[in-house]
Design a protein around this ligand. Structure first.
Ligand code: ADP
Length: 275
């Protein structure tokens, strides 16, 4: 990939935040930025909230449920952010919400209102391409709790297919896309990262002040109002029906054909194609 590497010098020129990304480390390749940053945070309790680790390539990038995140070197954004919220464990979903909203804001700022960017419950960043929701990114939280059930630290991992050529996207159950595949052009990765970190800082500070990100999250969830099938990681169906709403702790509420409500805490949601 011929893009300039996302070095600290390059990011600093674009960065507008006060504390997110001000401690920044860039590596060419690693196993997983989440694993590395979690290890660094464990080894160094003074590593500040807002520290970011970015890699141009991950050989063991992770998704949920032991699945893999795959991206060719140099074309995407693969990074992790350390936060130290001290919130109750039940509120971990707020971090998923804030990270998803930040990704949406940054991508929308780069590509504009069309094609539509949004989120798929709980942690996928999507772009609607030819009426079909396609996955452009994912979010993965690794939380560390203290002795009384609070989130002592959390590593928020974000992978976005920014400039990945269409032919380099991995085969996946949810069809993938990238910004060039969806819009026909490439983008400045440093500017996109800086915009995302700025939105993350703003969203985190609002949440830390007690304001729930849930209403904003609901507004970006392409899942709501749609007919969905929710299944376990192994493909067995849990429920199908209409995704109606979420709870403040990020659970999904699905109404089945008989009218019964189901509260979903984990699982794969597939969206039927829009008609
Ligand atoms: P989901 O939340 O959709 O279940 P995960 O968070 O588990 O997905 O992410 C891992 C999955 O994402 C993989 O199993 C694969 O199907 C898909 N995937 C892996 N790499 C990419 C990528 N670069 N772009 C889009 N999808 C990907």
């Amino acid at each position: 990939m011929d893009e300039p590497p996302l070095t600290a010098e390059r990011l600093q020129r674009a960065l507008t935040t006060r504390w997110v990304g001000r401690v920044y480390d860039y590596v060419e390749a690693t196993g997983s930025t989440n694993d590395d940053l979690r290890g660094r945070a464990a080894a160094d309790p003074a590593l500040p909230a807002g520290a970011v680790l970015l890699a141009e390539y991950q050989s063991a990038g992770r998704g949920r449920l032991g699945r893999r995140w795959e991206a060719p070197p140099g074309s995407s954004l693969l990074f992790s952010v350390l936060l130290r919220p001290g919130w109750p464990a039940e509120q971990a979903a707020w971090l998923t919400m804030i990270a998803g909203l930040a990704a949406v804001a940054a991508i929308r700022g780069a590509i504009g209102p069309s094609p539509r960017v949004g989120l798929k419950w709980p942690n996928d960043v999507m772009i609607i391409v030819d009426d079909e929701p396609r996955k452009v990114g994912g979010i993965l939280l690794d939380t560390a709790l203290d002795g009384v059930g609070r989130i002592e630290s959390v590593v928020v991992g974000i992978g976005l297919n920014v400039n990945t050529p269409a032919e380099a996207l991995p085969a996946a159950a949810t069809p993938p896309t990238s910004l060039p595949a969806a819009t026909g052009r490439t983008y400045d990765r440093a500017a996109l990262l800086a915009a995302l970190l700025a939105a993350l800082e703003t969203g985190y500070e609002a949440a830390a002040a007690g304001r729930s990100p849930r209403a904003d999250w609901d507004a970006e969830l392409l899942t709501l109002g749609r007919e969905v099938v929710v299944s376990y990681g192994d493909g067995r169906e849990i429920v199908s029906g209409r995704a109606e709403s979420t709870t403040d702790n990020g659970l999904l509420i699905v109404r089945d054909a008989a009218g019964a409500l189901h509260t979903i805490s984990a699982g794969d949601v597939s969206l039927r194609k829009e008609r």
